[in-house]
Design a protein around this ligand. Structure first.
Ligand SMILES: NC(=O)c1ccc[n+]([C@@H]2O[C@H](COP(=O)([O-])OP(=O)(O)OC[C@H]3O[C@@H](n4cnc5c(N)ncnc54)[C@H](O)[C@@H]3O)[C@@H](O)[C@H]2O)c1
Ligand SMILES: O=S(=O)(O)c1ccc(CO)cc1
Length: 474
């Protein structure tokens, strides 16, 4: 692990196997942080916070830009590691590296940005202003599905805002987190500014309960996010939660059918459906429903499942075979209650066939639960209002999409849909580091990206200055 600028083993001698999802083979053993190690990482970040916050903006900017160039230079090695540790397919892994580079450049561009404000006051002679200051130590807890992208989105903006950081990567993808630390070290990041402590939920709990950690930034499931929200509340700690989804793509009757099929297919089969924004629900207006189902199923059947290293593969392995069993449970429950599997519905180990269901009703688990696999359900909407109702009939609210060229309908949908993000004439998957990202309902609390991150990761302080002497009443 990486603590205070040093590479070290677990003080308790703990290690865990790192498994390649594509083969099931153990390819590394990774040190696991003990309570003592987590304490050391927090102490290092705490000690480094004043120096890092005081570093001139231009110097911090230069360091992040140097790091961006180094991540770009390590593109192939990072790509290969992401494929090996995460099972990402060939089209996704390099894109993730490019995003991380872009994220660092975007964060570097934000460094001079946390502006304060000035105010007129009712007290004569008072100059009144706000300033924005770093929070201090931020703890990051990240998921497995895009380990570099999601880790970087937290680290880059936290450092840009003048905070120091302790990252707990997913137990399924610890090496990507450690590789990040290695590259930041090469860029010249001072000791203690970024610390990486691999481990399981217990490491996350230690970050949450330590009073030196002033904010938790979490990306992961809504189930864990709910626990963290309560725990951060108990510890009066700021928290940003980026959680799960059941995002809808709505296809209106005027849509270009082939385009809608392509958009929705990308929205569910990219990264084998292990994307928080995946359109695991497709809602089609009645006049197009039958034709859409036919073409979508035909497309799903052409999708190549297999080795993530092969450029032709679209759907690689799920992160673990246990996830395939979880999804099979949802499908069996749905079929047992009358749903139809139009294609797929089977798996070999972690390799899940692209799967399309119809006839799904609210009584079925898959109607409301996230699957996090290449499985989607198609619903028939009687009309536009019914489509909006179906889109909103979920406890989640991350992303949404509407495929149409009818501007009136498109903007009406954008206003009425209960989601943090809506994409018109597109699919549900979109993420750029400088743009405000996040969900509503059970999908999120707070926002990430660009200015949103800079606000979430700084504290506002009101400062006044009395010119001359104030007249006190007594
Ligand atoms: N909204 C977003 O931006 C976004 C992006 C990617 C993934 N996700 C969501 O993430 C989930 C998939 O990732 P996952 O399976 O790794 O999620 P997860 O919630 O199981 O784990 C996420 C992280 O939380 C840690 N953790 C688990 N229990 C904890 C506890 N009690 N206290 C502290 N830390 C704890 C894990 O060790 C891991 O590092 C999906 O639900 C997906 O939708 C959301
Ligand atoms: O946030 S993630 O779920 O990791 C994710 C995956 C893929 C993409 C592609 O735009 C964006 C975000």
């Amino acid at each position: 692990m990486y603590i205070n600028g040093r590479w070290c083993l677990s003080s308790a001698g703990l290690v865990a196997d790192d498994v390649n999802p594509a083969t099931g083979a153990v390819f590394a053993q990774v040190a696991q942080a003990s309570a003592e190690d987590v304490n050391a990482a927090i102490a290092a970040a705490h000690a480094a916070r004043t120096g890092w916050a005081a570093m001139l903006a231009g110097e911090r900017e230069a360091l992040l830009l140097r790091a961006a160039d180094l991540f770009a230079a390590h593109r192939d090695a990072l790509r290969d590691l992401i494929i090996q540790e995460n099972g990402s397919v060939w089209i996704k892994a390099p894109w993730e590296v490019d995003y991380a580079v872009d994220c660092l450049r975007s964060a570097a561009g934000c460094i001079r940005q946390p502006h304060g404000e000035t105010f007129p006051t009712t007290t004569p002679g008072v100059v009144s202003m706000t300033i924005r200051q770093p929070l201090g130590v931020i703890g990051g807890i990240s998921p497995f599905n895009s380990p570099l992208l999601l880790g970087m989105k937290k680290v880059a903006f936290a450092l840009a805002a003048g905070n120091t950081f302790v990252l707990k990567p997913s137990e399924l993808t610890p090496l990507v987190g450690l590789k990040m630390a290695e590259i930041f070290e090469q860029a010249g990041l001072p000791p203690g500014v970024l610390n990486v402590v691999p481990g399981d939920a217990e490491v996350g709990r230690l970050l949450v309960s330590d009073e030196r950690v002033r904010m938790i930034t979490f990306t992961g499931s809504s189930k864990v996010g709910r626990v963290l929200a309560a725990e951060c509340g108990r510890h009066f700690k700021r928290v940003c939660l980026e959680m799960g989804g059941k995002s809808p793509t709505v296809v209106l009757q005027d849509a270009d059918l082939d385009y809608a099929v392509d958009a929705a297919a990308f929205g569910i089969f990219f990264h084998q459906g292990q994307v928080c924004m995946s359109n695991s629900r497709i809602i089609v207006e009645k006049p197009l429903y039958e034709a859409f189902c036919e073409k979508f199923v035909a497309k799903a059947r052409t999708i190549r499942v297999g080795d993530p290293r092969s450029p032709e593969t679209v759907v690689g392995p799920l992160v673990r075979e246990s996830q395939a069993h979880f999804i099979m449970g949802q499908i069996e429950d749905a079929v047992g209650q009358g749903a139809s599997v139009l294609t797929g519905g089977t798996h070999e180990g972690p390799y899940f066939q692209p799967t399309v269901l119809t006839g799904v009703t609210p009584a079925m688990r898959i109607y409301g639960e996230e699957s996090f696999g290449p499985v989607t359900s198609i619903y028939c909407a009687d009309d536009f209002d019914h489509a909006v109702h179906l889109a909103n009939d979920t406890s989640f609210g991350l992303s949404s999409a509407v495929v149409t060229n009818d501007l009136q309908r498109a903007f009406e949908f954008a206003h009425r849909v209960e989601s943090g993000m809506v994409h018109i004439n597109d699919t549900t998957i979109a993420d750029e580091p400088h743009i405000t990202f996040g969900g509503v309902k059970n999908s999120g609390l707070g926002r990430e990206g660009g200015e949103a991150s800079m606000h979430e990761m700084t504290e506002v302080k009101w400062v006044t200055f009395q010119l001359g002497k104030r007249q006190f009443p007594f």
